[in-house]
Ligand binder design. Sequence first.
Ligand code: NAD
Ligand code: MG
Length: 299
Amino acid sequence: MTTDQYTFDDPTTRYPSITPSSNEDQPEPGLDAQLGPQADLGELTYRGTGRLAGRRAIVTGGDSGIGAATAIAFAREGADVLISYLPEEEEDAQRIVGLIEDAGRKAVAAPGDLRDPAYCQDIVTQAVEAFGGLDILVNNAGKQVAQESLEDIDDDQLIDTFDTNILAMFRITRAALAHMPAGSTIINTTSVQAYTPSPTLVDYASTKAAINNFTKGLAQQLAPKGIRVNAVAPGPIWTPLQVSDGQPKEDLPEFGKGMPLGRAGQPAELAPAYVFLASAESSYVVGETLNVNGGAPTP
Ligand code: NAD
Ligand code: MG
């Protein structure tokens, strides 16, 4: 039998517990191609069943990690997908474009910098032109750089983190709304950090709390128009973000081990949450944050 997301097994051992080396290091933004051990993006394990047939999606940060797993799953469920990513990530992005096309769907590769307001508008225009419309927006790109103290967070990092995690989300969503008919869905990636911030991630964690708040406010604003807004809050997931200064190096070997499931999650384990919130199955789910975190209690 082929293993896929419908296979019943023990979640504590579904994936091996990884022990990344504290030497695991990449320059920002990090590449899945360089990640050791390799993450599971669902390449061999995600099976589509037509849950997003004919939908048209944007996934920011769709080149790697959680966004890439989501892009692959969306395509296998029948959606066309534009992925947004930084130019340095072309290698990862082209692999995901190939997987979207292998699923028989249209892919658009849109490199650029989300700190640039014009690019935020541009990805929406590109998706609408290529797909003839837009029904799914996943605001997933994010910047996370650990620092021991507040004084170590200089203005460049502070502004970059808020530009990428917050301002881009506002701008892309604003541009997308002009094209999204009733029945569309918006999904924002927040984090367990929104509730239980690490002392080394105060800038990042506060953006994630803001994303939760934005999700709940905008959800009420758009629900009467038939557009549902929700969020996914991952716990510790094995992605390039974590080895490109997302965690203090000395913490990497223990990454995810403190969760009740005893291991870090894989990007492939996040994709079904995004598919659910993007699909019509979640028609009465609005303003919700779906926690996919290995068991951390949340409010
Ligand atoms: P990732 O590095 O694979 O994805 C992050 C992506 O953000 C990058 O691939 C990059 O394309 C994009 N990005 C960053 N800065 C950008 C910029 N200026 N312009 C354009 N794109 C930019 O890592 P990931 O862990 O899959 O992260 C995806 C989301 O999940 C992020 O929002 C992150 O905060 C969130 N998250 C991750 C974890 C985790 O443990 N990995 C936990 C909770 C939340
Ligand atoms: Mg990437």
